[in-house]
Design a protein around this ligand. Structure first.
Ligand code: PRE
Length: 370
């Protein structure tokens, strides 16, 4: 037991050190918020991690151990530095109106703009009678409403002042962007945050940016997102929407069908969990999480993807071809196709192997077996 007491003692020291680190990071947060420095500094992280890894090695500590601990600590840093607030990139800006600001994603942006010192007004579905008052003097109108209503709601903004920025957060970009350009003569930008409303900070989160018009006049808004730690990815609306066919429609639809399949097969989830390999556990998590969310949101994401149906049909054909290969007991055919796909993935296959290994380790750490 004396050994366990010593381990407890060391863990308590670790805890004290973590508390010290969190305190220092909170101070860094104050400095950053005052001077308008970004929350996420990749160069500092890379240099710090490289040094700690070296030092770990010389102490006989696995370098991955210190890297895991520090990366986890830095996640807390992003979140804590966020709470200190952000410098207002454009102090001269008038109110920011978030249309649909009572929805989950809308609320997140409201919170971030408020933390950045802007006056934020919410225009919810019940507020249209007061719309003129709410919109008075607005410097930004941000539309974040259900996909099926986006264009119709954008069309209500045909009388905004010419210097007001009109933007939206919809997960499809061509139609909303065209609608915004049609109704408004001033700066227009289409945005798609590639994350859900449950993030603890914007650090390293991707926001796709589709230019509409007058980028110089909305640049401050993008600079504000960058201070929050977001990574901005510019794209045309067409390229974005095409990519979303795979990133969203195909991904969510496959999970949906797989969920339907499990249900129809009367699968016993308890049993599957008991038998699951780490990768299957991750698959159940990926599929199962879909069904904890809003069905209408996913219906709209899938239905609004321009070529989704064509792609699903092509997928069915490929699935069917692959099944035929098995029916013909064509082992060589299977291996040939497998190798062709592996060649196509090239070095990414190894990269994904490494990344998934890390994820599986983390998922495994969280496991508790009695
Ligand atoms: O050094 C900073 O700039 C910090 O904000 C601290 C810290 C850290 O936790 O070590 C956090 C976020 C940055 O990306 C880099 C490092």
């Amino acid at each position: 037991m004396r050994l366990r007491d010593k381990i407890d003692d060391v863990d308590q020291q670790l805890l004290q050190l973590l508390a010290q680190r969190l305190k220092l990071v909170a101070e860094v947060g104050e400095v950053k918020s005052e001077h308008g420095l970004p929350i996420y500094v990749p160069s500092r992280e890379a240099a710090m991690l490289a040094r700690r890894r070296q030092e770990a090695e010389s102490l006989g500590v696995p370098p991955d151990l210190i890297e895991d601990i520090l990366r986890r600590a830095m996640r807390e840093s992003y979140s804590s530095e966020k709470d200190t607030g952000f410098k207002t990139v454009n102090p001269a800006a008038g109110p920011i109106v978030v249309v649909g600001g009572k929805g989950q994603l809308g609320r997140l942006f409201v919170q971030m703009f408020e933390l950045s010192g802007y006056e934020v007004r919410v225009l919810g579905s019940q507020d249209w009678a007061q719309a003129d008052d709410i919109l008075a003097g607005a410097s930004v109108v941000m539309v974040t409403v259900p996909i099926t209503r986006t264009v119709e709601i954008i069309e209500k903004f045909s009388t905004l002042p010419a210097d007001c920025i009109l933007c939206d957060l919809t997960s499809t970009k061509s139609d909303p962007l065209n609608a915004m350009l049609r109704v408004h003569q001033g700066p227009v930008v289409g945005l798609h945050p590639m994350f859900g409303p449950d993030i603890s900070s914007f650090a390293k989160q991707v926001i796709v940016v589709c230019d509409g018009r007058d980028s110089a006049r909305y640049q401050w808004l993008l600079d504000q997102f960058a201070l929050w730690g977001a990574k901005l990815k510019s794209a045309t609306a067409k390229d974005h929407d095409e990519a979303m066919g795979l990133v969203q429609a195909m991904r969510h639809f496959s999970s949906f069908v797989y969920g339907m399949h499990l249900k129809s097969e009367n699968a016993d989830i308890e049993q599957l969990l008991a038998f699951s390999s780490p990768i299957y556990r991750l698959e159940l998590a990926m599929v199962g999480r879909l069904f904890a969310q809003d069905p209408a949101l996913y219906a709209d994401i899938i239905l609004s993807s321009p070529d989704a149906l064509g792609m699903f049909r092509r997928y069915i054909e490929r699935f069917s071809d692959a099944v035929s290969c098995l029916e013909n007991n064509d082992r060589d055919g299977f291996i040939r196709q497998f190798s062709e796909v592996a060649d196509w993935f090239g070095q990414y296959a190894e990269q994904f192997m490494g990344e998934s290994r890390q994820m599986l380790l983390v998922a495994h750490d969280r496991r508790h077996i009695d």
